[in-house]
Design a protein around this ligand. Structure first.
Ligand SMILES: N[C@@H](CCC(=O)N[C@@H](CS)C(=O)NCC(=O)O)C(=O)O
Length: 263
């Protein structure tokens, strides 16, 4: 499927000009640079959704490439375009080929949408924003998927609690008890980065959803956002496909065990 997106983009957005009220709060932001053509190579339900969602939040144009309902086919498209590190997202930015969702988001915001979807550099919120931008992949996704791989490589007889996964999700839960968004007072790109791993945490049953009510309430606020819904309609038109199997139900609460990766 090859689609041209972002028809709602205004001329200002096409030129990379910021239109959010947040720009007023960040008067020191540098002027936006014109946005080059952006093509997002995508796998349904995977991290490439972050870039689609970002573009929808900003109202920026983009082209989305994937094979609907065919993860292997979408992956083959990515591999053909970028054989050395085929992964989603892979983004063609002008004539440059980029991977790493967090870096792609920071690039688009800093160059083309200054003052939008991130707190002002000198605000109290900025350090937290930046921490969550990087925590999403650096600690959260890394620990969740290493717990998942360890469990599936050597399933224990009884489901034990995954202490590493619980700890990283608890950190997010605690923060959301004090702040409505991962960027602090306002929705930001940090929320875009955090949604995929927090969905994986509960979707794969790495942690128990009921244990993290602040995260659940935050997800509901995200799901109500029009840009998130536009992303789902365009990037996940048939719902989640080809998801990894969920871990079995937790054992009754008992002494905590740390799960060690085999070898
Ligand atoms: N840290 C990277 C992770 C990218 C990544 O691992 N993407 C997954 C999809 S969610 C992928 O491409 N998996 C296919 C593969 O590794 O073969 C990012 O944030 O962009």
């Amino acid at each position: 499927m090859k689609q041209s997106m972002g028809r709602r983009a205004s001329l200002g957005a096409l030129a990379g000009l910021a239109a959010s009220p947040l720009i007023a709060a960040n008067a020191s932001a540098k002027p936006a640079r014109p946005l080059p053509p952006i093509t997002i190579y995508h796998l349904e339900g995977r991290r490439s959704e972050r870039i689609v969602w970002l573009m929808e939040e900003l109202g920026f144009p983009y082209e989305l490439k994937f094979k609907r309902g065919d993860l292997a086919g979408s992956m083959a498209m990515i591999r053909e375009f970028s054989p050395v590190v085929p992964m989603a997202p892979t983004v063609k930015y002008g004539d440059q080929v980029l991977v790493e969702s967090g870096a792609i988001i920071e690039l688009i915001l800093n160059r083309h949408a200054p003052g939008r979807l991130q707190p002002a550099l000198d605000s109290r919120d900025y350090p937290n924003y930046l921490m969550w931008m990087h925590f999403a992949e650096g600690s959260l996704a890394a620990r969740l998927f290493s717990d998942y791989r360890a469990w599936t490589a050597q399933p224990p007889k009884q489901r034990s609690r995954l202490v590493d996964s619980e700890a990283v999700v608890q950190f997010a839960e605690n923060f959301l008890g004090q702040h409505p968004w991962f960027g602090g007072a306002a929705f930001s790109a940090a929320d875009i980065m955090m949604m995929f791993p927090l969905n994986a945490a509960t979707g794969l049953n790495l942690v128990e959803e009921a244990q993290f009510p602040n995260v659940a309430a935050w997800k509901a606020r995200i799901e109500a956002r029009p840009a998130y819904q536009h992303m789902l309609a365009k990037a996940r038109p048939d719902g989640m496909i080809g998801g990894l199997p969920r871990l079995p139900q937790h054992a009754p609460a008992g002494p905590r065990e740390t799960l060690k990766a085999p070898g």
